[in-house]
Design a protein around this ligand. Structure first.
Ligand code: G3P
Ligand code: MG
Length: 248
């Protein structure tokens, strides 16, 4: 059984706010979303921060890499202006601050571990260790409130498993490949996260019958959401939090 929310706001606030910022989490929450997905990578000094791209340029102005930048400097960078002037000055948030915000507001988290190239194992380990510390009070008795880690990086998830085995994992595969079950078994994962564009009803059934959850990204029309849920997909993230309500 899938114990987590069914509809998840992608990157915090979908299309309505600058991705992977605290403002995005707040926006999702104000739209009734008590479940968010966001991306986490490490700064130069090994601090988990919210960021999708390993390099600056798209959401943060300038040239450079997150992995070459200290966390204190990332906190002064503008991750909001690219989206709208009204978000000017919205900083790159620290993961720990986002976790605190989400916990205060009762928001469940799908934490996508998004390592900079070459930092896969370190990122998985550090994110897992920090998460375990931030959730030390709920680690055993109320596991449904723990975040669900996911990653396209098998080695990052394996490192997360070794560092914090009680925090659940979902393996991200753009297309479901024939080795999916072996991968999930190695990770002791509870779900497969996959691109809905390549998923079929038969594959959904196969994964579900094997006892795993199925999570799809990124589903942006109510019609497609209804279709995949009918197949048995357990949950999906969406950019269109304006079109697809949290209680869809
Ligand atoms: O975790 C689902 C989805 O976020 C994966 O793709 O590139 O949006 O992080 P991306
Ligand atoms: Mg993501």
């Amino acid at each position: 059984m899938w114990p987590y929310p069914k509809v998840i706001a992608h990157r915090g606030g979908g299309i309505l706010a600058p991705e992977n910022t605290l403002a995005a989490m707040r926006c999702g929450w104000e739209h009734g979303f008590a479940a968010v997905e966001f991306d986490v990578m490490l700064s130069k000094d090994g601090v988990p921060v919210l960021m999708h791209d390993p390099e600056f340029g798209r959401t943060v102005p300038g040239i450079g890499r997150v992995a070459d930048t200290m966390a204190a400097d990332l906190q002064t960078m503008d991750a909001g202006k690219w989206f709208a002037d009204s978000y000017k000055g919205e900083p790159v948030p620290m993961y720990a601050d986002v976790v605190r915000f989400c916990r205060q507001h009762g928001i469940w988290m799908n934490v996508e571990i998004k390592p900079s190239p070459g930092a896969e194992e370190e990122t998985g380990r550090v994110v897992a260790e920090q998460t375990q510390a931030l959730f030390a009070d709920v680690a055993v008795i109320d596991a449904v409130h723990l975040p669900l880690f996911s990653s396209f990086s098998f080695s990052a998830l394996m490192a997360a498993k070794n560092a914090a085995p009680t925090i659940p994992r979902g393996f991200l595969m753009d297309k479901v490949t024939p080795d999916w079950k072996a991968r999930l078994q190695e990770l002791a994962a509870r779900a497969l996260h996959t691109n809905h564009k390549y998923l079929t009803p038969d594959t959904t059934k196969e994964i579900k019958d094997a006892g795993y959850g199925v999570f799809c990204y990124t589903v942006n029309t109510p019609e497609r959401a209804a279709e995949i849920l009918h197949w048995g997909v357990d949950a999906f993230c969406t950019d269109r939090i304006d079109l697809i309500p949290a209680d869809f």
